[in-house]
Design a protein around this ligand. Structure first.
Ligand code: ATP
Length: 552
């Protein structure tokens, strides 16, 4: 459609606007990667655009270099800058990250304005050469528009395939639930840094092409309106979607042109049109199109058992002298436990006795103050959650959190993204896990539609899909009916029978004691009882601290 418009109808001015729309589409595709997929509101995107623009401007205008040299360097410069600043700023949480990236943008702008020798200062640099492709000086108008949109097509195809593949899926999970992502073996920091750096590549390319279109570079390319336009394009087009970036860019760049006949009141109408789009289609134009023309139901893959993490001989998990304090609170105090393959161990104790902290320490979400956590003889105490997950430890959470926008199959397949070669294999393995828990019929349902009990089942399937050597479950029976608890107990027995070692935190003794082969009771972080389930109810200390005299 765009090609037909460009070839048949567009005036020279129209072609110029279309070229600018292409430049913004390219920048917005990059922004979709870091903001849409990765969930990080990077306000440095405009700065990366400007760095690409200035690299082309300085090298082209001051040094007379041609496109073949300036374009790669205009991509490389923002990429390297993103790697450099990404390491510290990506550690920050949402709005602090946004503020830090805004700071980066301001610093880059100040540098550009205050280095007149290099950048031309506030006046910028004129005389930037046009695009030179294989010896052909691409003229403005249709040829330049075609070249820019060629870059949009190539960049869009790459981003689209990345977004649909393992990397894009993993990034989406990092956006939706970074804690779970780590415990599913995904290196959250690396994924975020990769998304940030790749987004800078797109911004740099767009900045370079914008300078070739204007033939001058000035501090305008680094000012906030560029950033705001890219953000508006991503939101209006549809967050995380390549098609959204293209649709949003074409619309937002053309809207002011279409409303120009309104003269002074055009900005009001432009603003109202933007607001109306956001209110009527909060998930963006591509989301609106999906609602009007729902995608066809997909076919389920053939289920396939994933390979298990095998740990040969001896206990699969040995915890020794684990300690953790939060300020003055000793949450875990000298706790030791041993898990053998194929066994179920119960971890009980009053509220606040340290049970969840033990699971958090073992799975790497908290760093122990002291103690060893040995898996297959290797001490993993204090290691990152993804490294611990890769060693064969999986877990569920007390408060189940599933990616609301995903289907059950996609949510469970997230557990396999780090291990399997592609999304298809991950989904086949995910379906196997769902089948084992009698939940295959949920596969295509959106997670957002599920009642609490089924959400727990899906989360368990996600942990099981990792085929872990050790499975840590935090109150898996909470909120279940008696029938659902009985069914869950059957599933847990089957998982243990297949060789996994289970550590189950639970308050429901009627559920846990018949299930567990061994029980630990904590009180104020210390081990109060460590023995067979049969002795729990008659242990005076456990009764006094936890069960009470009237326990059933
Ligand atoms: N991140 C944290 N920061 C500060 N204090 C914490 C943190 N996590 C846990 N605690 C404290 O550590 C102690 C143990 O908490 P934990 O959640 O491990 O208990 P629990 O046995 O799992 O309780 P429940 O049965 O209610 O889930 C509590 O006093 C709690 O307030």
């Amino acid at each position: 459609m765009l090609a037909a418009y460009a070839l048949l109808y567009a005036s020279p001015y129209g072609l110029r606007v279309l070229t600018v729309a292409g430049v913004y589409a390219l920048a917005a595709i990059g922004f979709q990667i870091v903001f849409g997929l990765g969930g990080a509101l990077s306000l440095a995107h405009g700065a990366f655009f400007g760095v690409g623009a200035y690299a082309t401007g300085i090298l082209g205008s001051q040094l007379g270099w041609t496109f073949a040299a300036t374009f790669p360097l205009s991509i490389l410069a923002p990429f390297l800058l993103a790697l450099l600043v990404g390491l510290p700023v990506l550690r920050l949480e949402s709005h602090y990250f946004a503020l830090a990236t805004l700071g980066i943008a301001q610093v880059v702008l100040l540098l550009a304005v205050n280095s007149p020798g290099l950048t031309g200062g506030a006046n910028g640099l004129p005389g930037v050469p046009g695009v030179l492709l294989f010896g052909w000086a691409v003229p403005r108008g249709l040829p330049l528009a075609a070249v820019v949109w060629g870059f949009v097509a190539a960049g869009g195809a790459l981003a689209w395939s990345l977004a649909r593949g393992r990397w894009g899926r993993a990034l989406t999970l990092v956006r939706d639930d970074p804690l779970a992502a780590g415990t599913l073996g995904l290196d959250v920091g690396r994924l975020r840094l990769g998304a940030f750096a790749l987004s800078a590549v797109y911004a740099g390319a767009a900045g370079a092409l914008s300078v070739h279109t204007q033939r001058v570079v000035s501090p305008e390319v680094l000012e906030f309106p560029v950033m705001v336009s890219v953000l508006a394009i991503a939101v209006v087009g549809g967050r995380g979607r390549v098609a959204g970036a293209v649709l949003g860019a074409v619309l937002l760049v053309h809207l002011p042109e279409w409303f120009r006949f309104l003269e002074r009141s055009y900005l009001i109408v432009y603003g109202a049109a933007l607001l109306a789009t956001i209110v009527l289609a909060p998930e963006g134009l591509t989301g609106l199109l999906d609602r009007l023309f729902p995608p066809r139901k997909r076919v389920l893959p053939v289920a396939k058992a994933p390979p298990a993490v095998a740990i040969e001989g001896g206990p699969v998990l040995l915890v020794e002298g684990l300690r953790k304090s939060f300020g003055g609170v000793r949450a875990v105090d000298e706790v030791s436990l041993t898990l053998e393959a194929g066994t179920i161990t119960g971890l009980i104790g009053p509220n606040g006795s340290g049970k969840t902290t033990v699971i958090n320490l073992i799975s790497g979400l908290e760093r122990p103050d002291a103690g060893r956590i040995l898996v297959a003889g290797r001490d993993l105490a204090g290691k990152r959650p993804d490294r611990i997950a890769r060693a064969g430890i999986a877990r569920t959470f007390q408060a189940v959190s599933l990616p609301e926008g995903a289907t059950v199959l996609e949510a469970v397949a997230a557990a396999r993204l780090e291990r399997d070669r592609g999304v298809a294999a991950a989904e086949a393995h995910a379906l196997w896990a769902l089948e084992r828990l009698g939940a295959a019929d949920l596969a295509l349902r959106p997670c957002a539609d599920l009642p609490a009990a089924l959400r727990r089942r899906v989360e368990l399937a996600r942990a099981l899909a990792r085929q872990p050597a050790v499975l840590l479950l935090d109150e898996p029976a909470a909120g279940l009916t008696d029938a659902e608890k009985a069914e869950l107990a059957g599933h847990l027995r089957a998982i243990a029978a297949a060789g996994t070692a289970l550590l189950v935190v639970e308050h429901d003794m009627g559920f846990l004691l018949p299930l567990a082969g061994h029980v630990l009771c904590l009180d104020q972080g210390r081990t109060l009882y460590d023995g067979p389930p049969a002795g729990v109810r008659s242990d005076a200390a456990v009764v006094a601290a936890y069960l009470g005299e009237d326990a059933p």
